[in-house]
Design a protein around this ligand. Structure first.
Ligand SMILES: NC(=O)c1ccc[n+]([C@@H]2O[C@H](COP(=O)([O-])OP(=O)(O)OC[C@H]3O[C@@H](n4cnc5c(N)ncnc54)[C@H](OP(=O)(O)O)[C@@H]3O)[C@@H](O)[C@H]2O)c1
Length: 340
């Protein structure tokens, strides 16, 4: 199977590394995080995935100056202290999201919003901040959450900060992190267009999108839109068929949470067929999942997180794992049965 692919002008292995788990809740100490990135690069990883929002607020709110940029600076410092070829490594980041801590401390009082629950959330699971501005909220139930703020001015300002955090003049690839219910998708994509025009970014990607949003972005960005980053794994098998749409348009498809993720619960039974195949190959089921993902589409990149060197070494070995046609057929059937 062809394990290299072209992305943002780089010809690189299609198994990259997500660095979110090194920067948010559950993160290891900074030295371990840097060693983990070095282990990935030494193994052959040439795509590092980060985001402006990969940090943890140290107090209620969306983070203090010392919190911001943690994940991007980690990537910058890991690359600066690595003795390999830095210019072979594609670094992609994202704009338009931020983290929150103790969201209930800064949503509007319940009495301000008759449709809110006691957390100040409305029926769509969204929160209202003082002033009535509505923000999308993820990770309910945790003291940390995610909040979309994809107003064009915020996206543009944060992208410029990302370049500073990463220590580069131009970002190789910038994704819009996800749709913001308060911002028309055209305007959000318009911010990416402006960043391209200003030379802040070389290529644009979009994330957490459906096929209609892919079409909007394609219309506005043309061939500067190169990648869609959507959730894809055996437990979240792309029910909206966005991977097929990417194939029709010739876009790269980058899988987020390719092993099911670690923030939200998922159906472990989806991985049973992968455990069976792993038993035959004498390897981890995670390696089988990643090898199977790579087989799904020739322009698919998968970006597993790792919290220690052993995990990324184990995952990267998926690029050398050959699954038989019968194994692939069985795994495809098991996943396709779940996606409808
Ligand atoms: N665009 C978006 O909105 C979005 C959303 C989510 C994620 N992402 C991107 O996708 C990347 C990956 O997603 P993710 O962090 O949610 O989860 P993931 O890659 O699905 O990984 C989940 C967890 O699996 C464990 N693991 C990894 N490799 C392993 C191995 N070889 N053997 C055994 N266990 C292994 C690690 O947890 P333990 O260390 O606990 O074992 C890891 O944190 C992120 O880093 C980020 O770049 C993007």
């Amino acid at each position: 199977m062809m394990m290299n692919g072209e992305l943002a002008g780089f010809t690189i292995p299609r198994l990259g590394m997500g660095t979110m788990a090194l920067a948010i809740e559950g993160r290891p100490d900074r030295d371990t995080a840097i060693r983990t990135i070095h282990a990935g690069l030494d193994a052959g990883v040439r795509y590092l995935d980060t985001a402006w929002s990969y940090y943890l607020p140290s107090e209620p709110g969306t983070g203090t100056a010392k919190d911001l940029g943690y994940g991007e600076k980690l990537v910058r410092d890991a690359l600066a202290s690595w003795d390999g070829p830095r210019d072979e490594v594609l670094v992609a980041t994202k704009t338009g999201y931020r983290r929150t801590m103790e969201v209930s401390a800064f949503v509007a009082p319940v009495s301000d919003s008759p449709e809110s629950d006691t957390q100040g959330r409305d029926s769509e699971g969204c929160s209202r901040r003082p002033g009535g501005e509505r923000q999308h909220l993820q990770a309910a139930g945790s003291q940390y959450g995610w909040m979309a703020d994809s107003r064009p001015e915020t996206m543009i300002r944060d992208a410029k900060e990302s370049a500073l955090h990463l220590g580069v003049d131009t970002l190789d690839l910038l994704y819009s992190h996800g749709p913001d219910p308060e911002v028309a998708y055209e305007d959000q994509v318009g911010a990416l267009k402006q960043l391209l025009n200003e030379g802040v970014i070389r290529y644009a990607g979009i994330s957490r999108v459906d096929n209609a949003q892919i079409d909007i972005a394609r219309e506005i960005l043309g061939d500067k839109l190169i990648a869609v980053q959507n959730q894809f794994s055996p437990s979240h098998p792309d029910p909206e068929h966005t991977m097929e749409h990417c194939a029709e348009l010739g876009l790269a498809f980058v899988c987020w949470s390719p092993l099911g993720g670690f923030l939200d619960a998922f159906d472990q039974r989806a991985y049973d067929p992968f455990r069976t195949v792993a038993g035959k190959h004498g390897c981890s089921y995670q390696r089988v999942v990643l090898a199977w993902e790579l087989s799904r589409y020739k322009r698919l990149f998968t970006i597993p997180s790792a919290r220690n060197p052993q995990e990324i070494n184990d995952s990267f070995a998926a690029t050398e794992l050959t699954l038989t046609q019968d194994e692939l057929a069985m795994l495809n059937a098991s996943v396709d049965a779940r996606r409808g």
